[in-house]
Write a protein that binds this ligand. Structure first.
Ligand SMILES: *Cc1c(COP(=O)(O)O)cnc(C)c1O
Length: 354
């Protein structure tokens, strides 16, 4: 497999570049025996939904979809009319990486992008923005969307979510959470899934386990049951209803059944911690955001970026010209970190000698 020069089995471009974890692979094989009814009317799907309800310790409604964009935009479409606005961070995936799908599926709701340090929103900022809404002439704020863990690898703690939800509640906004990396946030905060969601005022959650070893493992988890009304129709119309749903369910069963979701997330976070610890003391590097989940955001000199890319390390320059994003996943190994650091050190050293 190493025939291509510079070929690497694993790199740091995204946690979704990883494969399917063994637990899910096994569950897929088990689901692949004989004929079973389609469209979710099967024992695998029922079991997966029950596992999610157990995880959140409540009787939530669960809908499976193929990807995070669909989870976010269909969840928001349930909370918004076409003349509504969604308050979100300016770096949010819904605003920057979903090709207008939230606006499209809500029939016109506007995303209202707000600044905030390390991709986190503050209650004061949300409150001020909602208050600045110019009655009738601007879209009416109807939802607040938080990303957990954030696009910059930071996390919200339960008290911070509760404070944001309190502002939302006061202004009549529903609270949505983009949990594409929710597992990493649970691992980082040691708070329970319940504390990080409905106990802190979250009404609906896009829950993703794809980046954590699943296959098309994305779900809309609805805590405010009124928002689940006719959501199944939106999902079908949106082209997101799987006929062989048991294979979607298999990811959840494989990951939630024996706690693999948390094990993998803890591992990915630990690898990111190891990576940050290795790179931060090197000359000419600077951590851009606190390392709280499975990503390391670090400023590197342009020559070092070029040299690492030339050595076959994939990663994105995420912020400005030199702010690099290094994502760790469930299968990142300590050896990956060590060889990345070993490759980086000389390119920084030669930079110093110029
Ligand atoms: C990966 C990701 C998603 C999901 O994206 P899809 O490509 O649509 O599956 C959603 N939100 C965030 C913050 C993500 O990082």
């Amino acid at each position: 497999m190493n025939a291509t020069p510079g070929f690497r089995l694993r790199h740091f471009a995204s946690d979704n570049n990883s494969g399917i974890c063994p637990e899910v692979w096994t569950a897929l094989e088990e689901a692949n025996r004989g004929h079973i009814s389609g469209y979710g009317d099967d024992p695998w799907t029922a079991r997966a939904c029950d596992l999610i309800r157990e995880l959140f310790e409540t009787d939530c409604e669960v809908f499976f979809v193929f990807n995070g964009t669909a989870a976010n935009s269909l969840a928001l479409s349930a909370a918004c009319r076409p003349y509504h606005a969604v308050m979100c961070h300016e770096l949010s995936h819904i605003g920057r990486d979903e090709c207008g799908a939230p606006e499209f599926f809500s029939g016109g709701a506007k995303l209202w992008a707000l600044p905030g340090e390390h991709a986190r929103l503050s209650p004061e900022r949300v409150d001020a923005a909602v208050r600045s809404h110019f009655k009738l002439h601007s879209s009416k704020p109807a939802a607040l969307s938080l990303t957990q863990a954030t696009e910059c690898g930071t996390v919200y703690r339960p008290a911070e979510i509760a404070a944001l939800s309190e502002v939302a509640r006061r202004h009549g906004l529903k609270v949505h959470m983009d949990g594409a990396r929710f597992a990493n946030a649970v691992a980082s905060t040691n708070a329970s899934p319940r504390q990080l969601t409905w106990d802190s005022g979250v009404d609906l959650l896009s829950l993703g386990l794809t980046k954590n070893g699943g296959l098309c493992a994305e779900a809309i988890v609805v805590f405010d049951l009124a928002l689940a009304q006719e959501l199944d129709y939106r999902i079908k119309q949106g082209g997101q209803l799987a006929s062989k749903m048991r294979f979607q369910a298999a990811s959840w069963i494989g990951l939630l059944g024996d706690g693999a979701w948390l094990r993998h997330a803890r591992h990915a976070n630990a690898m990111a911690a190891r990576l940050a610890a290795a790179l931060e003391p090197m000359p000419a590097t600077r951590l851009l955001h606190p390392r709280e989940a499975n990503g390391v955001f670090i400023d590197l000199p342009p020559q070092a970026i070029e040299s690492m890319h030339a050595r076959g390390w994939h990663f994105y320059v995420f912020e400005a010209a030199t702010g690099c994003r290094l994502m760790c996943s469930w299968d990142t190994t300590p050896g990956d970190i060590d060889s990345f650091a070993a490759d980086l050190a000389p390119s920084l050293g030669s930079n110093l000698n110029c």
